[in-house]
Design a protein around this ligand. Structure first.
Ligand SMILES: *Cc1c(COP(=O)(O)O)cnc(C)c1O
Length: 359
């Protein structure tokens, strides 16, 4: 007998995050991780500071106050909410509870890199389904479902594509998958869309849909790690059985509650993002670079080929700007650029213009 990890674990390739350091630039413009350029809400920061006096106390195990705040702001049922260490943890609970050796977990071609990692960590087999011109293809997902499928992870809007499918398509998918399959709607960027509830209404009308959301993007709390899931009570009850009772600290709970209640700040971030992402895309298109309409807080700039994308990335680094290479997501010819504040957007466009002019 030798010491060996569980099946699947050694097949996991380590997750590579967006870069945050740049040689020779003390304070680079970071547009590589879809962070909020306006930072967290001042109210969330104040709540975090106040929570310091409670560090000796164990936190709530049922997150009742945070769940009540989320339910109130989004008009949801608090009993169907589960909170996690980032939405990543909720996505992990789902794989842990519903997928194992011999089971299949579907994700799409350009989906989040965490999905195959979570599937393998549970001993299951990730199954990649192609997209059509950078848009999720519901029929292709349905065709990939088998007796072994347990979960479908779907990011809507997609990352790094920024494209989305309408609620009617999500609904069609939820209605057509086999009875033994859970559709997981990863809604990390839902707040940046217009008129899409992330699938919350579907969760309420069906037994097979779970939605995940995060405080990392629009609420600017990626460094604090808080997310949540919304699902049928039976599934939420299952997830709570594997959740550590103290998975979220007093500080996380307090900051998240203050953040979600600061609806004025959220609305400001939303409208600035909507305005600047249109401007950013128009400027990119004007430079002869491909770019789909985005429904999130980033755009995917598609260059002529991989060489041009890498050369532009190098030029941006030279200018102290970090964007995301997305070769690992099936786009070697593209760069994902987070929508910054107005100055940040202007700076990245100026740098790309200079790169194009020099080419
Ligand atoms: C950023 C992101 C998340 C959020 O992860 P957290 O663990 O909540 O920080 C989830 N899914 C996708 C597709 C993302 O891009």
């Amino acid at each position: 007998m030798s010491i060996t990890p569980q099946p699947g674990i050694m097949d996991i390739a380590l997750y590579v995050g967006g870069q945050s350091r740049l040689e020779g630039h003390a304070d680079p413009l970071k547009l590589s991780s879809n962070e909020n350029p306006y930072g967290p809400s001042p109210r969330a920061m104040a709540a975090l500071e106040r929570s310091a006096a409670m560090l000796h106390r164990y936190p709530s195990t049922d997150h009742a106050e945070l769940r009540a705040a989320i339910a109130e702001i989004h008009g949801l049922d608090a009993e169907r909410i589960v909170c996690g260490v980032g939405s990543d943890e909720v996505l992990q609970f789902l794989a842990q509870c519903y997928a194992g050796p011999g089971d299949e977990v579907i994700h799409t071609e350009h989906g989040f890199a965490m999905y195959p990692i979570l599937a393998r960590a549970a001993g299951a087999t990730p199954v990649e389904v192609r997209e059509r011109d950078r848009v999720v293809d519901v029929d292709a997902i349905l065709a990939a479902c088998t007796d072994r499928t347990r979960l479908i992870y779907l990011t809507n809007p997609g990352n790094p594509t920024g494209t989305m499918i309408p609620l009617s398509e999500v609904e069609r998918l939820a209605g057509a998958i086999p009875d033994h399959v859970i559709l997981v709607l990863d809604g990390a960027y839902v707040e940046f869309t217009e008129g899409y509830d992330g699938g919350a209404s579907l969760v309420e009308s069906r037994e097979n849909v779970v939605m995940t959301r995060t405080f990392s993007k629009i609420h600017g709390l990626g460094g604090l790690r808080i997310g949540w899931g919304y699902g049928p009570r039976a599934i939420i009850d299952v997830l709570n059985r594997v959740r550590q009772p103290f998975n979220l600290s007093n500080s996380q709970l307090a900051a998240a509650e203050a953040a979600i209640r600061d609806t004025g700040f959220t609305a400001h971030c939303q409208s600035e993002n909507a305005r600047l992402r249109v401007w950013l895309r128009d400027e990119i298109l004007a430079l002869g670079i491909g770019c789909d309409e985005s429904h999130a807080n980033y755009v995917l700039a598609r260059f002529a080929d991989e060489a041009e994308a890498m050369a532009c990335d190098a030029a941006l680094r030279e200018a102290g700007i970090l964007v995301r290479r997305v070769g690992g997501y099936g786009f070697p010819e593209a760069l994902r650029i987070t929508v910054g504040d107005e100055a940040g957007c202007a700076r990245v466009i100026e740098a790309i213009s200079r790169f194009k002019a020099a080419a």
